[in-house]
Design a protein around this ligand. Sequence first.
Ligand code: HSE
Length: 307
Amino acid sequence: MKKEVKVWAPATVANLNVGFDSLGCALSNPGEEMILRRTSAKGVVRVKAVHGAELDLDPKRNIAAVAAQSLLTAMGNPCGIEMEIFKEIMPGSGIGSSAASAAAAAVAANELLGAGLRPNELLPFALDGEQLASGARHADNVAPALLGGLVFCPPIGAPISLPIPMDWHLLVMHPQIEVKTADSRSVLPRTVPFDAAVLQARWMGAFISACHRDDSEQAMLALEDLLVEPHRQDLIPHFKEVKQLALSSGALVGGISGSGPSTFWICKDRENSETVAKAFRSFIVGKDTPFHLHHSQISAQGAHVVA
Ligand code: HSE
């Protein structure tokens, strides 16, 4: 039986414009680590420390602890768990901070307890944690954080891994403000126009079909957001200018990452992505909100044990 497990989990971009609550990908950067230790206090999960962010240490209000507790309970509480969390992905960033915590905790607890569950089977436990942050039970961040790659979550049944457009270089722009997922969901309308819903479904079909044909360019062209961006853009500092700048300086497509405030911009190579980053850096001089940039590709690997 292991006494200690260290895991890494990726950041994720959810929705990807066409698949609200149903599509997401794992990023190669950033990611974060978590250590779980076995204790003798059967059934008890304790958050020993969180480094890099101020998170609730109460295990009932900590996403990682809730996910670990869920698996521990399902396994019959053979021991206790102590957690140490190293946050690199800031909460409320729109790049799957809570999903990374939930996925890391589920993967680490699985290893520590010798549960032997596959990543897909860990999803319900990770979702127990993620639900705490979002107020809803959607897997578009958690599934890619667990499985890696590009993942589609159908209305019924297990998440489906899609072929990955290998040549995508994603530039993530993260304004340093926190947008809570629940708040970002509250600005969305309860109903949408029929013609927009139909068109959005067609773009989603076009995207998934292009992925299966390994047609990266068509996949990019299909990333049209008709339903969400119009309602969330005001939550993101300078969104319209950032979008215009990204597309005019070399990004091929992009939009709001998950529930924001991060945005993602897809470029055809690293050089292009550097050019867009340079334009962003010039733009932000003198603006009120600082931001971080992450250069990334889609990570084929999800949360996994590193030690
Ligand atoms: N699909 C979710 C949303 C992702 O956009 O609200 C954030 O968790």
